[in-house]
Structures are given as structure tokens and as C-alpha cells.
Design a protein around this ligand. Structure first.
Ligand code: GLU
Length: 307
């Protein structure tokens, strides 16, 4: 398979989609991003990365961070975790309050906002305070990415906090049902902090490689999680990684994947490679419009999918 050729074709074919969609503006600092950017990187098990577009440009990974926090929490709590968060697609927008009310404060899955906030709460209980928890999450991201220089964007974090009414509402609702152990403000602050981590597509595709290889980084041979845990994280990405468009993504792309409102999407081809795309304009479900299209083209042209 000629990955370089496939990527060159995608770069051309993606052009009509680049002007469609809308940059996330409910976090004001994210609205400032140049909407016309596009990047895609594919990392193979020998460490080779093929890229097109602005693949060194760092962007806000937002909900892609939920893959790292869920992995970390699953590794600590194992199946005990599912007492507090489910494993079913939500069929609802990422920040919906309605389902949470009638399901008595137990979020459907770890990738909708409420679920990710519970996951952050579990990490906060384990590591005790906001700074240590964030540092451990960063250590994990740096380790899987093989890059110690990854940081976060405090301006994006502060901007989300200043406008974080809905996430605070979700956290308060869960607290009222007894499904948050720590202080609401601390949990939400930690959550916004890990959402504001910035990475490029090159870094993100490299960071997902351990999930394409049953939990072991194929380059360093370091095992981060068990085979079983990697299977769970990938299954969760396939069924819940794109909110209420998870079915659409599985149907058109057919790979485990996770999106973020910063315009990034990561995807995993089990036993072969990991992929990251970035394009800030989003579709109506809050997923990168051109990014989703690029992944669909990639799976069509390469014939790669889990099905
Ligand atoms: N920090 C964002 C929020 O909570 C993440 C959403 C996303 O990336 O989908 O609204």
C-alpha cells in the first residue's frame, strides 16, 4: 500500500470540504483558531510517520484527552469503574443534561462530557489534588507520545472555565446524585486543564500507537495497559468516540476513533497503524468535518477498517 500516494490524493480531494462547517466558539479562545488548516499523520509500527498539511501545528486536543484519562483510570480501577460510568453509546449530544437526570447521575460512557468528568474525579481521588492529577495525566500523555515537551494552553483552559456553565451543571448534577467524590470546582478545573493540552497530528498519531498494538508501544516495547484494557478502550472509541455521530463514523470510516471540538480526530487500525487528522471546522455533531471526510477517504482508498 502506497500511503504517501493515498495521503496526496486525500489532500486534493478534501479541498471542497475545507470551507464547510463551523469552528467551535462556545470556548471563546478556540474561536480564534485559523479555520482553514488541515493536517493528517499516519504512524506505522516501525515509527515511520507519513504526513500532509500542517502536521507540526499544535492544536487543542479537547476531548481526545478523554482517551488518555479513560485509559489511565481503567488501568487503576479496572471494572470497578463501571459502577460509576456506563459503556453504551449515548445517542445524545456530548454535553446533554437530559439523559443524566433520568439515569440518576450515571453517565452513559466515559467519552461524553459527564462521563469524562467522572473519570477525572476518579483520577483526582487517586492522585489527591488538581496539580498532581494533571501532572500524572501529562506524564502519561508524554510517555505514550514519547515526547517530554508536550504542554497545555492555559488561555484555552481559562476561557473554557469562564464559560463552563454547562459542564459545571453536569458536575453539580452528578454531585447531587452522589457520583462525584471530590469538590465540583476541582474536578471541572482538572477536566478543563486536560482538555486544553496541545498536540500536533504527528504527536497524536504517535501517541495512539499503543492502542493499535494491544496496549504495548511497538517502538519502545513498553506495555502501558493489558491486552484486555486496550480492547475496551478501542471498543469504547468505536461505539462512543463521536458522540451521537458514533454510528455514522463507524458506518463510514469503520475504525475506532475519538474526536475533539478543537478539530482533531484520532483513529486506530488494529495491528497496523494509528492516524490523526486536524481541521477546525466542525459538523453539526461537533466533529471535524474535513477530518471525518479525510478518514473516510483513507479507509476507502486503503481498504483498512475493522470490518
Ligand atoms: N472541553 C470540551 C467540553 O467540555 C470538550 C468537548 C469536545 O472536545 O468534544 O465542552
Amino acid at each position: 500500500m502506497d500511503i504517501e500516494k493515498i495521503l496526496q490524493e486525500i489532500q486534493e480531494e478534501i479541498k471542497p470540504f475545507m470551507s464547510q462547517g463551523k469552528v467551535a466558539d462556545y470556548i471563546p479562545a478556540l474561536a480564534k483558531v485559523d479555520p482553514d488548516q488541515f493536517a493528517m499523520s499516519v504512524t506505522l509500527f516501525d515509527g515511520t510517520t507519513h504526513s500532509i498539511g500542517c502536521s507540526d501545528t499544535k492544536f487543542s486536543i479537547q476531548s481526545i484527552s478523554k482517551v488518555f484519562t479513560f485509559t489511565k483510570s481503567l488501568n487503576i480501577y479496572s471494572k470497578e469503574l463501571y459502577k460509576r460510568v456506563g459503556k453504551e453509546p449515548s445517542g445524545n449530544p456530548f454535553n446533554s443534561l437530559v439523559q443524566l437526570e433520568y439515569e440518576r447521575g450515571i453517565p452513559r460512557n466515559p467519552f461524553i462530557n459527564a462521563g469524562a468528568i467522572v473519570i477525572t474525579d476518579t483520577l483526582l481521588s487517586h492522585y489527591k489534588n488538581v496539580n498532581d492529577t494533571f501532572e500524572k495525566v501529562m506524564d502519561f500523555i508524554k510517555a505514550v507520545a514519547g515526547d517530554r515537551a508536550i504542554t497545555h494552553d492555559q488561555e484555552v483552559c481559562d476561557s473554557e472555565y469562564a464559560h463552563g456553565y454547562r459542564n459545571l451543571a453536569l458536575a453539580n448534577l452528578m454531585k447531587s446524585f452522589g457520583n462525584l467524590d471530590n469538590d465540583v470546582e476541582d474536578v471541572v478545573k482538572t477536566y478543563f486543564k486536560h482538555c486544553s493540552v496541545t498536540m500536533s497530528t504527528k504527536e497524536l498519531s504517535r501517541a495512539m500507537l499503543f492502542l493499535a498494538n494491544h496496549g504495548t508501544d511497538p517502538i519502545s516495547n513498553h506495555r502501558f495497559i493489558t491486552d484486555n484494557q486496550a480492547k475496551r478502550v478501542n471498543a469504547m472509541m468505536l461505539t462512543c468516540g463521536h458522540y451521537d455521530a458514533s454510528g455514522e463514523f463507524a458506518f463510514h470510516v469503520g475504525l475506532p476513533g475519538k474526536s475533539g471540538v478543537g478539530g482533531g480526530i484520532v483513529a486506530v487500525v488494529p495491528k497496523q497503524m494509528s492516524i490523526a487528522v486536524f481541521s477546525p471546522r466542525l459538523n453539526s455533531w461537533g466533529n471535524s468535518l474535513a477530518g471525518t471526510q479525510a478518514l473516510e477517504l483513507f479507509s476507502q482508498k486503503s481498504g483498512l477498517s475493522v470490518f
